[in-house]
Design a protein around this ligand. Structure first.
Ligand code: ADP
Ligand code: ZN
Ligand code: MG
Length: 491
């Protein structure tokens, strides 16, 4: 990637960026928003179409109530008030991938309003307002043959026409590209937890338009914004915003004026280009959709939908931090997806010590998986295997060194932990006499540490345990060793 810019401290001392994001999210319904066609991604072009989603005369839309349920659930997850009576509206424009000549959307009476999400910033948690969440349908796709080198022909695939979307519009509350990145990350995480979308950016299930302006620090009034359309990764959103902030500051610093326009991000060149200015902007001539009644979401229906609300990521992290004595960072790792958090907690319930299981997962498993380039699903050591390991360690049947050796073999031979354990059954020295003679040997060789211990520094016991463990090549029974070391030292 070329020419990424960096915003210098001088620029930031003088100008304050203002950022608001518009996010389109495809809902995970089986069928489209207003007809029974499949909304599955990746079918042969123009096979998931019918008179309705093609807008043929005489066809009428029928609302998909599953889409409404998803939209309501998403609204509640981002703390929006859900309007009891919202209105579908036609958004009119001409484009080859929009055979109807309009999109069904919502305009002045959207489903959800006045929401927020919290994001972490270097200065602590920050609340970002959400202006609205409305329902709409997607358009089709134009496929430019040979693009970007030579677009000789353009085809249309109308499979996506009528796919249900929600659009989530933030308040202009973000002040840095990093905050925008965090907002998107948190929003996506919440949406994934609710299960309303797969948020797959490569397949276009989550798309972002980034609005940004700059103003002299201290000025209350916002500057003129530019909108960067359809950036397809969060990293690119951040890069596009950094580029735009630099560009706008330069325009102002050289005596120019920022014009309100839509721009497009070119990731190869690491810069944005103008697409159309305000004068060329669409006038969508919104009017209420005559073929659909107002959408009524009763209090009862809302309550019913609320029952399917899962514990959301932030609440889950807070609870797990308390329950398993985790750091914020560890909690982040364990809750990265709802599926994993569920798997992890199911295992933690099976294990004798949830704390030990957590530590083993974070210290023995994640590192090895990362080194081997594996996902948890491909791990030779399953979560059930990890529970076995954890329980053996908890009972003192395995030293940490033996445990590590079994993990190493498991990863080498692609076998689960219990399989390796059963075969190798590491030798353990559990004969008190044998251990005592080793302890005597270590005590005799370290008079200074013995003195420290007897002077009251009880933590020195760990030193003796460690030394004997080494002497036994990791084979001493840890529980028994601990007991005997204390006994000897106290004698
Ligand atoms: P438009 O009518 O051009 O679509 P909206 O008022 O609907 O503008 O806002 C679209 C998005 O742009 C919202 O996310 C909003 O927070 C953001 N936004 C509005 N004004 C500004 C501004 N001056 N600078 C940065 N972002 C802005
Ligand atoms: Zn259809
Ligand atoms: Mg807008």
């Amino acid at each position: 990637m070329a020419a990424t810019t960096s915003i210098t401290p001088e620029i930031l001392a003088k100008y304050e960026p203002v950022i608001g994001l518009e996010v389109h999210v495809q809902l995970l319904t089986e069928t489209k928003a207003f007809c029974g066609c499949s909304s599955k991604y990746g079918a042969e072009p123009n096979t998931h179409i019918c008179p309705n989603c093609l807008g043929l005369p005489g066809s009428l839309p029928v609302l998909n109530y599953r889409a409404v349920e998803f939209a309501v659930l998403a609204s509640m997850a981002i703390h929006c008030e859900v309007r009891e009576r919202s209105i579908f509206a036609r958004k009119n424009y001409f484009y080859p991938d929009l055979p109807k000549g309009y999109q069904i959307s919502q305009y002045d009476k959207p489903l959800g309003e006045h929401g927020w999400i919290d994001i972490p910033t270097p200065a602590g948690s920050k609340r970002i307002g959400i202006t609205r969440l409305h329902m709409e349908e997607d358009a089709g796709k134009s496929i430019h043959d040979g693009f970007p080198d030579s677009a000789t022909r353009t085809y249309v695939d109308l499979n996506r026409c009528g796919t249900p979307l929600i659009e989530i519009v933030s308040e202009p509350d973000m002040r840095t590209p990093d905050e925008a990145y965090e907002y998107l990350t948190r929003l996506k995480e919440i949406l994934l937890y609710t299960g309303v979308s797969d948020c797959n950016m490569e397949e276009g299930s989550l798309r972002c338009d980034a609005n940004v302006s700059v103003r002299p620090r201290g000025q209350e009034e916002f500057g003129t914004k530019a909108e960067v359309k359809n950036v397809n990764s969060f990293r690119f959103v951040r890069a596009a915003l950094e580029y735009e902030i630099e560009r706008q500051v330069e325009v102002i610093e050289t005596g120019g004026r920022v014009v309100q326009e839509s721009r497009t991000w070119n990731s190869q060149e690491g810069r944005t280009y103008s697409m159309r200015s305000k004068e060329q902007a669409h006038d969508y001539r919104y009017f209420p959709e005559p073929d659909l009644p107002p959408l009524i979401v009763s209090a009862e229906w809302k309550a019913e939908i609320a029952k399917s609300m899962p514990e959301l990521p932030e609440a889950r992290r807070a609870r797990m931090i308390a329950e398993y004595d985790l750091t914020e960072q560890d909690a982040q790792t364990l809750t990265a997806t709802r599926e994993f958090a569920d798997t992890f907690e199911a295992s933690a319930k099976k294990a004798k010590s949830a704390k030990r299981l957590t530590n083993l997962y974070l210290s023995e498993l994640t590192g090895r998986l990362k080194a081997a380039g594996l996902e948890l699903a491909q791990s030779p050591v399953t979560m059930d295997g990890l529970v076995v390991a954890s329980d053996l360690a908890e009972k003192g049947d395995l030293s940490s060194r033996q445990l590590k050796q079994i993990f190493d073999i498991a990863f080498e031979k692609n076998e689960d932990f219990p399989v390796v354990y059963e075969r190798e059954k590491p030798q353990q020295i559990s004969d008190p006499a044998e251990l005592e003679s080793m302890i005597d040997q270590i005590i005799a060789g370290n008079p200074k540490q013995v003195e420290q211990y007897r002077a009251g520094k009880k933590t020195v016991a760990a030193f003796f345990v460690g030394q004997v463990m080494r002497l036994s090549k990791g084979q001493a029974n840890p529980a028994l060793l601990n007991e005997l070391v204390t006994k000897k030292l106290d004698a």
